[in-house]
Design a binder for this molecule. Structure first.
Ligand code: JHZ
Length: 392
C-alpha cells in the first residue's frame, strides 16, 4: 500500500537545460510515496524514458575526478575478484567505467545516443537502446550469457523494475554476479537530501527494499558496500539464489539491521523527513534573502539535477542566485530548468568576484573545496543545505 509523505511541488525535467530563457516550461508533480509492503520509496508521476533520456542528455559521469577514481578502482576490483569473461554495463553513459576494460570483454547499453557515441567512437560495442526484455533477448542471442553485469545510477531510473530484474536474471549466467550501485535511501534521509528526488529518480533503493524485490527473480544480495559517491551510495553484489558457490556476507544483514534501526521500514520516518525538507527550505531562503539584502553576489556551483529540485521547491531564481557554474560542455550557456538561471562555463578564476557559492554539487564537496582554496583564502564562502542550510 503506497502512502504519501512529501510534495516537492511542480518540477521540470531535471536534465532539460534549455538553450533559451523560457517563460513557460512543462512541469510535473513530484510527490513521494512509501510502499508499506514492498518498502520501496518512489515518486508518483512516471515520465516516459524517451522523454527524459533523449539524444541530448547532458549528464556525463566522467565530469568529476571523484567519479573517475571510483570507476577506475571498481574496474580493478572486478578484474581481480571476479575475472569475468564478458561484462555487460547497463547505462554506460560516456564510458567512464567501460574504458577501463578491453574492448572484446565488455558490452554497453546506453539509450542516450549522444552519450553512447563517446564509446562507440572509441570502438566499443554499445547498444544505444533502453534496457528491456526485448533488448536482453537480442543481446543474449548475439553474445550469450554474461558472468558480470554492472549498473550504476540507472536501474532506479526505470519504472518497470520487474522487467528490469527479470531481464537481468535471464541474461546473467548461473554463477554470474550483478553489481548495482545507487544512492542510499538511508544516507538521503539522514542527510535531509530531499534533492535526491527528481523525476529521473523514480525509486530510491534501500537494502531492505532491494532484498525483498529480488526474490521472485532467483536473485539475492550476497554483499553490500557503502560508498561516499553521490552523497552516500550502496553497492549491491547480487547472485542467483541457486548459486551456492558464493557465500552471503554479514554486511548484508548488518546493513538491513542498520536501516531498520533507523526506521526505513516505517512511514513515520518519512513523515519526519518531509517536515525537515520544509525546515530546510525556509532556512535556505532566509540565508539567501539576507545575503541578497546585503548586496552579496551568490552563484551556484554545479548545475546538478539535485539543484533543479531545490530551485523549484524553494522558488529560487536569478534574483537570489545569479548564475550557476559547471564544467559540463553540454550544460554551458543553457538555463537551469524551471528557473531560468544561466549556466556559465567553469574557469579557474570564475569565483574571483563572487562572495558566496551555493553548492549544487554538494556530493563533490571535498573535490570542490580542494579546487577552490584560493576563493576560500580570499574570504569567499560556500553555502550548503546538507544536512541543514549553513554558510561555511
Ligand atoms: P552530479 C545526475 O544527477 C543525474 P546530478 C542522474 N539521474 C543520476 O542518477 C545522478 O547523476 C547520479 C558539475 N561539477 O554528479 C558536473 C562541476 O561543475 O552531482 C555536473 O554537472 N565542477 C544520472 O546532476 C555536476 O556538477 C566540479 O568540480 O545531481 C555534478 O552532478 C564537479 C566535481 C562537478 O549529479
Amino acid at each position: 500500500m503506497k502512502k504519501f509523505f512529501l510534495d516537492l511541488g511542480k518540477q521540470p525535467l531535471a536534465n532539460n537545460f534549455s538553450k533559451k530563457f523560457k517563460k513557460k516550461q512543462t512541469k510535473y508533480n513530484l510527490k513521494l510515496y512509501f510502499d508499506t509492503k514492498s518498502k520501496l520509496v518512489s515518486i508518483s508521476k512516471r515520465i516516459p524514458s524517451k522523454v527524459m533520456f533523449n539524444d541530448e542528455y547532458p549528464y556525463r559521469s566522467s565530469m568529476s575526478k571523484t567519479m573517475q577514481k571510483s570507476f577506475n578502482e571498481l574496474s580493478k576490483k572486478i578484474k581481480k575478484k571476479f575475472k569475468p569473461r564478458l561484462i555487460l554495463e547497463i547505462g554506460s553513459n560516456d564510458g567512464v567505467l567501460i574504458k577501463n576494460f578491453q574492448k572484446k570483454s565488455v558490452i554497453g547499453v546506453e539509450p542516450c545516443k549522444n552519450l553512447a557515441q563517446f564509446t562507440i567512437k572509441k570502438g566499443f560495442k554499445i547498444y544505444d537502446s533502453y534496457w528491456t526484455r526485448k533488448l536482453s533477448k537480442k543481446i543474449k542471442y548475439n553474445h550469450g550469457e554474461f558472468d558480470l553485469i554492472y549498473s550504476a545510477n540507472t536501474l532506479t531510473h526505470i519504472s518497470n523494475l520487474k522487467d528490469v530484474f527479470s531481464s537481468i536474471s535471464y541474461i546473467l549466467s548461473d554463477n554470474g554476479v550483478l553489481i548495482v550501485e545507487d544512492p542510499s535511501l538511508l544516507e538521503c534521509i539522514k542527510k535531509n537530501s530531499y534533492d535526491q528526488f527528481y523525476n529521473e529518480h523514480i525509486y530510491l533503493f534501500s537494502a531492505i527494499s532491494v532484498s525483498l524485490f529480488l526474490k521472485p527473480f532467483n536473485l539475492e544480495i550476497f554483499d553490500i558496500k557503502n560508498l561516499d559517491i553521490h552523497g552516500g551510495s550502496l553497492r549491491y553484489y547480487i547472485k542467483k539464489v541457486t548459486n551456492k558457490k558464493l557465500t552471503i556476507s554479514n554486511n548484508v544483514s548488518k546493513q538491513i539491521k542498520k536501516e531498520k534501526k533507523f526506521g526505513l521500514n516505517k512511514l513515520s520516518t518519512y513523515k519526519k523527513f518531509a517536515n525537515k525538507a520544509y525546515v530546510s527550505k525556509n532556512k535556505l531562503l532566509k540565508i539567501l534573502n539576507k545575503l541578497k539584502n546585503e548586496n552579496k553576489k551568490i552563484i551556484g556551483y554545479g548545475a546538478t539535477a539535485k539543484a533543479v529540485t531545490i530551485l523549484n521547491f524553494c522558488n529560487i531564481d536569478c534574483h537570489l542566485i545569479q548564475n550557476f557554474v559547471d564544467t559540463t560542455p553540454e550544460k554551458i550557456n543553457r538555463y537551469m530548468p524551471g528557473k531560468n538561471i544561466k549556466i556559465i562555463k567553469y574557469q579557474p578564476d570564475i569565483l574571483k568576484n563572487v562572495d558566496y557559492a551555493f553548492l549544487g554539487a554538494w556530493n563533490f564537496k571535498k573535490e570542490i573545496l580542494l579546487k577552490e582554496k584560493k576563493f576560500l583564502k580570499k574570504g569567499g564562502k560556500f553555502i550548503t543545505h546538507i544536512p541543514l542550510p549553513r554558510i561555511f
